[in-house]
Design a binder for this molecule. Structure first.
Ligand code: CMC
Length: 434
């Protein structure tokens, strides 16, 4: 147990007329927990917590969220301060190492990322093997898993190898992402360049071509960098829990990260900002300005919801959405930006923020509302949105993997179940079955 965890009075559980004393703890931010690690051996009972909504699966020192108060902190630093002063590479260092880097450490980390950005040349052939129109998340998952074969990991992981693996994953994920996009549109691959910083390098690989220079727009670079910062970690979400689950078997870390990518792919997790754009396209196709859609979203029988509004954890505001809105406004107000979907989005936001239905249910725009718009304004195709989320989340996944493998002991994740299937029955010969 972490020495910062305070012990409270034990909880008394009465089962079948017998009292059991269970240790209780309080974390550094006041979260209270009942320790049930010995529950089954002492009582014969397990807990039932579908979706793990009440289960603390680990102790962690990486990210703190208070959904009621709209707090998100990485390693203790408020997201608003990081958003105002930091860049993605610095935030990645912070998540991975626990502290903000000094200037030498940042320079060294940044150079290491740049030097690790090229994927093995033989991996290029793989991109040609995928069918046209393959989903870039499928390509990303496959390519990240295949890094394990090009960069084999020795059985005993030393510090230098671990540092290299982390640099490979944080850096190469954006190379793989850009290459998969280039393949999907039939254009030649653009290699990473020492000339550019992390986010500019990615945008250049996405949008430059041998016959067309890509003019980096500093507002777009800033907005995408901010998107990455805001998505860099979110404690024990579905993909991070998948990373911890796969990692607890001590599997190869490239395979472990692939588990996170697979979990992120789903529309209930990484795919929500795509849904915002789909909604806007639908409203546009139906010829409305959003008023009719909002009326339908308020009617439960319509089956429609205002995508990008509401949040399971943040009940007053989503701190990430507040930061991203400023970048979104800046991009959308730029001269020459003329996208009918962006006008619909503005109108939806305006109506919903004044509408009693949304106000009374505390339904505010979430991070996905603005991130979808920003990615679209930056020219990122909709099917790449989740891939960008994966680029942002990579330092978070790796920080959790590191925290777990360097913990006191790695306990393999192995939940129990309540069996509800057939009870004992005996094998019948096929001729006797009905
Ligand atoms: N549009 C219309 N009504 C809504 C919406 C919405 N987007 N969200 C919730 N409501 C209503 C819901 O019908 C219910 O009404 P009533 O009290 O009359 O029954 C009330 O608000 C509470 O809804 P809930 O489903 O209990 O709220 P929840 O906290 O369980 O759900 C949510 C959160 C995100 C699933 C939901 O707000 C939603 O479906 N939003 C749209 C999808 C979306 O934007 N998802 C991305 C979330 S951010 C992901 C991330 O952090 O990565």
């Amino acid at each position: 147990m972490n020495e910062n965890i305070k012990v409270l009075a034990p909880a008394i559980l009465t089962l079948e007329d017998k009292d059991y004393s269970l240790p209780t703890y309080i974390g550094v931010e006041g979260e209270k927990a009942i320790d049930i690690t010995k529950l089954r051996s002492q009582t014969g009972y397990v807990t039932l917590d579908d979706g793990y909504g009440n289960t603390g699966a680990c102790e962690s020192a990486i990210t703190y969220i208070d959904g009621e108060k709209g707090i998100l902190r990485y390693r203790g630093y408020p997201i608003e301060e990081l958003a105002a002063h930091s860049r993605f590479v610095e935030v990645a260092y912070l998540l991975l190492n626990g502290d903000l880097p000094n200037s030498d450490q940042l320079k060294h980390f940044s150079t290491h990322l740049n030097q690790s950005s090229i994927i093995h040349e033989d991996m290029h052939h793989f991109f040609s093997g995928f069918p046209r129109g393959s989903h870039p998340m499928g390509i990303l998952a496959t390519m990240v898993a295949s890094l394990s074969t090009f960069y084999p990991i020795p059985e005993e992981l030393d510090e230098a190898t671990e540092t290299q693996i982390v640099a490979n994953l944080v850096s190469q994920v954006r190379t793989i992402a850009a290459f998969s996009y280039k393949k999907s549109i039939g254009e030649p691959l653009v290699y990473p360049s020492i000339k550019y910083k992390y986010t500019s390098n990615f945008l250049n690989m996405m949008f430059a071509s041998p016959v067309r220079d890509y003019q980096l727009d500093p507002d777009i670079v800033d907005a995408i960098d901010m998107f990455l910062i805001l998505h860099a970690d979110h404690e024990q979400n579905c993909s991070t829990s998948s990373v911890r689950t796969a990692g607890s078997s001590l599997a190869n870390v490239y395979a472990v990260i692939t588990a996170g990518i697979a979990a992120l792919w789903g529309p209930r997790h990484g795919g929500a900002n795509q849904e915002v754009i789909k909604m806007l396209e639908q409203i546009h196709a139906e010829g409305g300005d959003g008023t009719e859609f909002i009326n339908q979203a308020k009617d439960k029988d319509s089956g429609r919801r205002l995508m990008g509004f509401g949040h399971r954890v943040y009940k007053n505001f989503d701190p990430r959405a507040q930061v991203l809105k400023q970048h979104c406004d800046k991009l959308l107000n730029k001269p020459g930006v003329n996208d009918p979907l962006l006008d619909i989005a503005r109108r939806l936001e305006e109506i919903a923020l004044k509408d009693d239905y949304f106000i009374s249910r505390k339904l505010y725009p979430n991070v996905d509302f603005y991130s979808g718009l920003i990615l679209r304004a930056a020219g990122i195709p909709t099917n790449m949105f989740t891939v960008l989320f994966a680029i942002g989340r990579m330092p978070g996944w790796l920080a959790h993997w590191r925290e777990m493998v360097h913990g006191d002991q790695v306990t393999i994740y192995r939940p129990r179940q309540i069996y509800m299937g057939e009870t004992l029955r005996h094998y019948q010969d096929i001729t006797q079955r009905t």
